[in-house]
Ligand binder design. Structure first.
Ligand code: GUN
Ligand code: ZN
Length: 430
């Protein structure tokens, strides 16, 4: 008897970062295989070799479907699911007009549970197998997210969003309660199954120095946890940070002063950076998270992917739902392509797919566990149908290479392109 599962289809495997080492470090197998046992990938190779060596494995043949590591969303706000695509505002007005009223509703536990369920239905249908989410100030919103992720066997990251100023009544905590609640939630959830707790000050405008320092202290006590926040998204926001923190050298310095920088730090957006901030981000080993659909939707600006990669920054990719206008990492890769084009650099499909998988995993310090099709990695997978609509199919039919075949799906694909999703080896469609 065996409980081995063998998946057959096209496979793509990244040996290295294609931004640094070239796209030829990506291996494509037109008839590849992924062997899975107990939720882990145990071997990859050609379908023929794996079939021969594992004759008793339970085989699923995806035909020309492309087997990839599941997509990893490195920055999202699950509580903003119900207000995605809210019209016509820039960041500060968007927060006050749409976001905070919606987040207020998470005082209601039943509502939080309902949205968490919808959120994971939507992200899984988009091929995203790991999400990294802000929640609301309510500890129950963290419980709702982790309970839902746990019931689906997901690797998932989140933390209580902390705000002790510049937010409406009913949506603020204090420096002390943020520390206490975050600590209790961390102790409750971090390391349970595949769940990871992230210390989460929303951003400097909604936290006092005392709150940032308290969360810095908590992080120092739990350095294996990630710390997520926002950085330099819009010019108005940056000006506001300078008013609120006149002593700070720049926006990043408001976090640095509180010990909120270093390995495991995830800075969402990071668009309008000074040279000092860039140097400090790099030197400290912090990660940047590119949120392209959000940056165009809210009108924030164009992330400097090429320059930041060249200087050796660690960068993940994210939807930033619901400032971002999609739950889909395919749509997010398309937006990353478009933004880079506006900056004069065409990102290669290999670079886009790497960002959405290994790149995000690296940013999250999870790149020995998820984001690669390699033995020893968790078997969270997405299988893409590269001919999911007539428009995509007619273009892909004329493709000469795998990159030409997959690029139409990156640019035009949606949940119809998701042929299957596997969590710890099991299909969500079984
Ligand atoms: N900055 C602070 N909070 C948020 C948020 O919820 N979304 C975005 N896009 N930026 C933020
Ligand atoms: Zn965000």
């Amino acid at each position: 008897m065996t409980n081995e599962t063998l998946l057959i289809g096209q496979t793509l495997n990244f040996e290295a970062n294609p931004f640094h080492d070239g796209i030829e470090t990506a291996n494509h197998d037109v008839r590849g295989g992924v062997l899975i046992e107990n939720g882990q990938i145990t071997a990859t190779g050609t379908a023929d070799d794996l079939r021969r060596d594992h004759p008793h494995a339970d085989v699923t043949d995806y035909g020309e479907g492309l087997i990839l590591p599941g997509f990893i969303d490195a920055h999202a706000h699950y509580p903003q699911t119900a207000m995605i695509a809210s019209w016509g505002k820039r960041l500060i007005d968007w927060l006050n007009g749409y976001t905070f009223p919606e987040e207020m509703k998470f005082a209601n536990v039943a509502y939080a549970k309902d949205i968490a369920k919808t959120y994971f239905d939507l992200t899984l249908a988009s091929g995203t197998t790991t999400t990294t989410s802000f929640t609301t100030i309510h500890p129950e919103s963290v419980d709702a997210y982790f309970n839902e992720a746990k019931s689906r066997g997901l690797r998932a990251i989140a933390g209580k969003t902390c705000m002790d100023r510049n937010a409406p009544d009913g949506l603020t905590d204090t420096a002390q309660s943020a520390y206490d609640d975050s600590k209790a939630l961390l102790e409750k959830w971090h390391g349970q199954d595949r769940l990871i707790y992230a210390i989460t000050p929303r951003f400097s405008p909604t936290s006092t120095r005392e709150q940032l320092a308290a969360l810095g202290a908590l992080w120092a006590e739990h350095p294996d946890c990630p710390m997520q926040t926002h950085l330099s998204e819009q010019h108005e926001e940056i000006a506001w940070v300078h008013e609120l923190f006149p002593e700070a050298r720049d926006y990043l310095d408001t976090y640095e002063a509180a010990g909120l920088i270093g390995p495991g730090a995830l800075f969402g957006h990071a668009i309008h950076l000074t040279d000092r901030e860039r140097a400090s981000l790099k030197e400290s080993g912090s990660s940047l998270v590119h949120c392209p659909t959000s940056n165009t939707f809210i009108g924030s600006g164009l992330f400097d992917m090429d320059g930041l990669m060249r200087e050796g920054q660690t960068i993940g990719l994210a939807t930033d739902t619901g400032g971002g206008s999609s739950f889909s990492m395919l749509r997010t890769m398309a937006a990353a392509y478009e933004v880079a084009q506006l900056k004069g650099r065409a990102l290669h499909p290999a670079e886009l797919l790497w960002l959405a998988t290994t790149g995000s995993a690296k940013a999250l310090r999870l790149d020995t566990k998820i984001g690669s099709l390699k033995a020893g990695f968790e078997a969270d997978l997405v299988i893409l149908d590269l001919a999911s609509t007539p428009a995509i199919a007619q273009r892909a039919a004329r493709a000469g290479t795998i990159w030409e075949a997959v690029f139409p799906t990156i640019m035009m694909g949606d949940d119809r392109a998701i042929q299957d999703v596997r969590i710890q080896g099991k299909s969500i469609n079984e």
